[in-house]
Unconditional design. Structure first.
Length: 343
């Protein structure tokens, strides 16, 4: 086994849905999520919607804890190589419906913000090779765990999309070479470079023309329309409303979502919170309803959670009150909403 590289910067935010996908992936690798995070935090992450974010530092801490539990210093590489489109939410649906690898790379560049706000990828063709350098939002050296996971995920996703496990890719890392390169060779298949000025993946430009195995033009139009709508929503919501949403989402299962409790969590007076919400053109009741609706829809996607438990986790003392509120939000009862999901 290779030694784990030293830690680096892990500032930024990622989609909590992406974090939930990592936890389920680690479960499949034999690492129970309840050994990585408290049950209350696991519940928050599982109930998150596509707009909810979590600190990248928490993602890194989860991976570090999983490495400690498993004794596998190469776990980030294995997890990245094993990622599937379903873990990428809307972005995954867009990618697997594209016609070619080149189109998938272009779409990934547009919609990567749905997954994280830690930097992007800026592909360029040089001397017959497509180079995909990873940029970091603040220009600093990233945590090696993030670099390992991102490059391995790109390599694994390319093979999954094309159905061609033999694809070979060159990998460039900024950290020093570990003693054992065995898993790096298996994950990438091409040349390995360490101590480089930039983290990047490179492969023949001809790969851009490879067809995506599950290409579906109709599905792509639908997935892109949903992704565009979510991008607009992310652009519209202010940082203040996102912060309030996070406070409300965390407080719901604890019953701590009053105006006073929320203001205290934001380090504001209730009067200031009212004024801020008025400037945003909304109200505390509207934002609480919005947080409850998103959390309710996330809980209803999990058939293991009963309607009574859903009502309780949303802060309702009576299931009937929850049912009335949900029908007001969506025009359907919780039972009807859940039944529609299973069709």
């Amino acid at each position: 086994m290779s030694a784990r590289p030293s830690s680096g910067n892990s500032a930024g935010q990622i989609s909590a849905r992406f974090g939930a996908g990592l936890l389920e992936q680690l479960r499949g690798m034999g690492i129970p999520p309840d050994r990585l995070l408290p049950e209350s935090r696991l519940r928050e992450i599982r109930q998150s919607d596509a707009r909810t974010q979590m600190p990248l530092s928490e993602w890194v801490a989860i991976m570090e804890a999983a490495i400690h539990i498993s004794g596998d210093p190469d776990l980030a590489l294995r997890a990245g190589a094993g990622i599937k489109p379903g873990q990428l939410g809307l972005l995954g649906h867009v990618l697997m419906s594209c016609a070619t690898v080149g189109e998938a790379i272009r779409q990934a560049g547009r919609y990567l913000r749905l997954l994280h706000a830690i930097g992007g990828a800026e592909p360029a063709v040089r001397n017959g090779q497509l180079e995909v350098p990873m940029s970091w939002s603040d220009g600093s050296l990233p945590s090696p765990l993030i670099a390992q996971f991102r490059l391995a995920a790109c390599a694994g996703m390319g093979r999954w999309l094309t159905g061609l496990p033999e694809l070979r890719m060159d990998a460039y890392f900024q950290f020093p070479a570990p003693p054992d390169l065995g898993i790096y060779r298996r994950v990438f298949g091409g040349a390995l470079h360490f101590g480089q000025p930039q983290t990047k993946l490179a492969h023949p430009a001809d790969y851009l023309q490879l067809p995506v195995a599950m290409a579906d033009a109709a599905m792509q139009r639908l997935a892109q329309a949903q992704a565009e709508a979510l991008l607009r929503e992310l652009d519209t919501d202010s940082a203040f409303l996102r912060e309030l949403d996070a406070v409300l989402t965390r407080g719901l299962p604890l019953g701590r979502v009053s105006l006073e409790q929320s203001a205290a969590a934001l380090k504001l007076s209730t009067r200031t919170l009212h004024r801020r919400l008025e400037r945003e053109g909304t109200s505390f009741r509207a934002e609480l309803d919005r947080a409850r609706q998103r959390s309710a829809e996330a809980l209803l996607r999990d058939p293991r959670v009963t309607l009574a438990d859903t009502a309780f986790l949303l802060g309702y003392t009576e299931q009937s009150s929850f049912q009335q509120a949900f029908k007001r939000w969506t025009g359907r009862t919780p039972g009807q909403y859940r039944a529609a999901l299973s069709r």
